[in-house]
Design a protein around this ligand. Sequence first.
Ligand SMILES: [Zn+2]
Length: 387
Amino acid sequence: MKRSFKYRFYPSPQQAEQLNRTFGCVRLVYNRALEARSRKWKVDRHRSSYAQTSAWLTEWKRTDDLAFLNEVSAVPLQQTLRHLQAAFAGFWERRCGYPRYKSKRRSRASAEYTRSAFRWRDGHLTLAKMDAPLDIVWSRPLPTDVEPSTVTVSRDAAGRWYVSLLVEDPTVQALPALDRVVGVDAGITSLVTLSTGEKIANPRHEQADRRKLAKAQRNLSRKEKGSANRAKAQARVGRIHARVADRRRDHLHKLSTRLVRENQAVIIEDLSVRNLLRNHRMARVISDAAWSELRRMLEYKAVWYGRAVIVVDRWFPSSKTCSTCGRINPSMPLTVREWVCPACHTEHDRDVNAAQNILAAGLAERRNACGADVRPHGIPSLRGSRQ
Ligand SMILES: [Zn+2]
């Protein structure tokens, strides 16, 4: 099973300089290629291929004003074109929105190196264009006798450096099969709501951290451009951002591990479809970014443990439909938290009802797709339960 291990490292000044330059070139190549592809897409719906963008990169490197691209390793530049290709594939398959430009301030600075662009010897990692290995803090053990196949270097908003190693991990094994299946709704008042009736809140301190962040941002906006105080305020904003992101990721890791371990299948809704079909954006506690991170975690952990993630991608009115009798209510304003079905008189919690509808839709989809291999009995709370 492929698995990535992430560690902090401390670059030498020369390494930091080389990596910062690489991040800049990666961003530039990504944005240039996105611009060129967008022209072709918008003018005649032409779907550029990775090979075409790679040929553009070769041409750019021959021009005088982009010759500096030759000073960094070519591999991260090609990898970013592959990521752009994947972003377009997601867009064409309607899984994600149109690819966006990488911003210097808002996007994560990162560069991906494949096997030909680094040396791995006795636990020492040396990247292309560098002569010394990275000073990595081995905060948890890497499985023994493994060789990374891909290495990703990044720098977060707080200026911390990370290296992520993708390795084949022999210790990950499938868990025994279970009967339980759960539906997950992106909640309005809680982070997510489960079809069992359980609501999972945001990580603790998130509210307090957000307030601190807002305060630090106000403070930053008052500082004079280019001043030392502004740089200090900027660093503080970056540190708080990083803390919020760390806590959220940690929370999502715990949640995704738990959902995958406790259930044979986890059924979720494809929110990008929902957003496409809605005029207004849903007021949800979970942001699109956190939701796609959760989905990604669920998907790769499901592969590790022999579980399934079922994505309900056909839009249906999960909030308006009674999960007991199937009646669809004409309207369900966001302020309505609880309601009684006029047809069958079941009392519903809005989010729990939606999660139960997602569960039922996922099971139906799965039965249609591959025969009855997920049994609806043995699922504790398909209807009306308020545990
Ligand atoms: Zn009903």
